[in-house]
Design a protein around this ligand. Structure first.
Ligand code: CUA
Length: 229
């Protein structure tokens, strides 16, 4: 999760988020190179006194500074498209989780396992444990197996919400009357925090998401415990 003074991206917990971070760094590097070059040229303009009264056109330089930026943009567009299609790929998921946005909480359904379903509310600050995270912890966490392909279906019951978990590279809108799909693969155990990211009303800031990533055995135990109750 994000803590104080963390201005960058969170540590990734999935291969797709790792790729997104690589792409971010790649794009930023190109951006820095362009900024430095253009900044240097603009700065140097103040200190030269070149004058040419007969300079009216320059076909060659116009050609170069039109085509060169187009080629540079291709170096961003190609990896971007690769990522876009990679994020959309579904690879035989072993678990499907359905999450429904409400004003203002999330509810979850594990339709693979005899319809396990529950609501997940934020824990209010006055009820928070000493080691709890304010505005981030919930009463019922989403337990998911690590090292497994997981499909997530997102929808909403009232207005548009967005199921967003930065460490997993997941951000899907929940829209009333529609069912959106994406998938992810958690490659380590731990707690991964997220928040709704569509402005959905007065308590938009207070419908966080907590994913509890556990080994497959523990997940099966958790499932069997909840099926019986
Ligand atoms: Cu739900 Cu913002």
């Amino acid at each position: 999760m994000s803590t104080w003074a963390n201005l960058g991206l969170q540590d990734s917990a999935s291969p797709l988020m790792e790729q997104l971070i690589f792409f971010h760094d790649h794009a930023l590097l190109i951006l820095v190179m362009i900024t430095v070059l253009v900044g240097y040229l603009m700065f140097m303009l103040f200190f030269n006194s070149y004058i040419n009264r007969f300079l009216l056109h320059g076909q060659l330089i116009e050609m170069i500074w039109t085509i060169l930026p187009a080629i540079i943009l291709l170096f961003i567009a190609m990896p971007s498209l690769r990522l876009l299609y990679l994020l959309d790929e579904i690879n035989e998921p072993s678990v499907t989780l359905k999450s429904i946005g409400h004003q203002w909480y999330w509810s979850y359904e594990y339709s693979d396992f005899n319809d396990i379903e529950f609501d997940s509310y934020m824990i209010p600050t006055n009820e928070l444990a000493n080691d709890g995270f304010r505005l981030l912890d919930v009463d019922n966490r989403v337990v998911l197996p690590m090292n497994s392909q997981i499909r997530i279906l997102v929808t909403a019951a009232d207005v548009i919400h967005s199921w967003t978990i930065p460490a997993l590279g997941v951000k899907v809108d929940g829209t009333p009357g529609r069912l959106n799909q994406t998938n992810f693969f958690i490659n380590r155990p731990g707690l991964f925090y997220g928040q709704c990211s569509e402005i959905c009303g007065a308590n938009h800031s207070f419908m966080p998401i907590v994913i509890e990533s556990v080994p497959v055995n523990s997940f099966i135990k958790w499932i069997s415990k909840n099926v019986n109750s």
